[in-house]
Design a protein around this ligand. Structure first.
Ligand code: ADP
Length: 325
């Protein structure tokens, strides 16, 4: 794994004497999803501002996407910032531009060709579910939709890291979940996500690394989650239009569960046979009456007229305390 964000003994004191960060050391690897939590005034925004090079620490070193921020030249800062997509609590959309142009604008400022913009913007808008709103103005959208436009804008230049500063702070809980779910999908495709929030309920619903900052210090860090969702498909939330569709989906789910249980029973029986290699496999198809008879005998059954229930009962007995133990 490649480290994309590294803080080494970083401290930040503002001019008025406030110690916003004290000796913070953190590494974040490529593909991680990290929540930064902490109460108001804890130092979360300062942490993000240092990542974005909007603030400079008093001591310590910061390396982001291979840029050493102690050494970066002023003229390289815009290029450095392009390696990140940023989402703010208050969306920061341009009010007199359509959804399409708000997203296209992020490509235009870096000198992308119109041909590429025409291809890329509709694709990114489709990722955030806003294809049908492309010609609307931000004021014609809900808070959740505006935040999705901001997310599309953060994604459009293929940034490797998405920095989200309280992205759900101005939207209702249902929409908040959708925004984090979207970030989750983006992360599952390989993008590193660092999200500041104070919404504990949201953090609980997603199984990601949580770094807690209190009075400028990192007081807890759940660490890199090995089973992180990166590279794994994320489960989609599916909505059903009619009762019939829902019923069909439930029936299918139940059937899948039954099939899975059946497979588990079969494989446990096969394992039993492996341990007890004196008896032929229960699931081997007998090729003759003689084989069937031998098979039955191996389970202590002499009468080939015996019912399947009795064979199963005899097998169960074997599993519980019989020869195979
Ligand atoms: P959070 O994002 O967790 O609410 P901040 O990083 O914004 O915390 O602030 C941490 C501390 O630094 C607070 O005490 C805040 O008042 C102070 N602070 C933040 N920005 C400035 C600034 N520009 N000048 C002086 N003090 C600041």
């Amino acid at each position: 794994m490649h480290i994309v964000i590294e803080f080494k003994h970083v401290s930040k004191t503002y001019e008025n004497g406030t110690n916003a960060l004290r000796d913070v050391s953190i590494t974040i690897e490529d593909g991680e999803f990290v929540f930064i939590v902490g109460s108001s005034g804890a130092g979360k925004s300062t942490f993000l501002k240092i990542i974005m090079r909007e603030q400079v620490p008093n001591s310590g070193s910061v390396i982001i996407n291979n840029y050493d921020l102690n050494k970066i030249k002023k003229r390289d800062i815009p290029k450095f910032r392009r390696t990140m997509g940023i989402v703010f609590q208050d969306f920061r959309l341009i009010p007199n531009m359509t959804v399409y142009d708000n997203v296209a604008f992020a490509m235009r400022v870096i000198g992308a060709k119109e041909k590429d913009i025409r291809k890329r913007v509709p694709y990114v808008l489709s990722l955030v579910g806003l294809t049908s709103k492309a010609r609307q103005l931000p004021t014609q959208l809900s808070g959740g939709e505006q935040q999705r436009v901001a997310l599309a804008r953060a994604l459009v230049n293929n940034a490797g890291i998405i920095i989200a500063d309280e992205p759900t702070g101005n939207i209702d809980p249902e929409m908040s979940y959708e925004i984090v779910d979207l970030l989750n999908h983006i992360n599952a495709n390989g993008t590193t996500v660092v999200m500041v929030t104070h919404e504990h309920e949201l953090v609980r619903r997603f199984n990601h690394r949580v770094i807690t900052i209190s009075q400028g210090e990192v007081v807890s860090d759940t660490g890199v989650k090995q089973e992180e969702t990166a590279n794994e498909p994320v489960e989609e939330t599916v909505y059903y239009e009619t009762q019939a569709e829902l019923k069909e989906a439930v029936e299918q789910e139940l059937q899948e569960q039954v099939d899975q249980m059946r497979e588990e029973v079969i494989s446990s029986l096969l394992e039993l046979d492996e341990e007890d290699n004196t008896s032929p496999s229960f699931y081997a198809q007998p090729n003759s009456d003689k084989e069937l008879e031998d098979f039955m005998k191996s389970y202590g059954v002499e009468d080939t007229e015996i019912s399947p229930e009795e064979v199963i009962a005899s097998l169960e007995e074997k599993m519980i305390g019989g020869d195979a133990q």
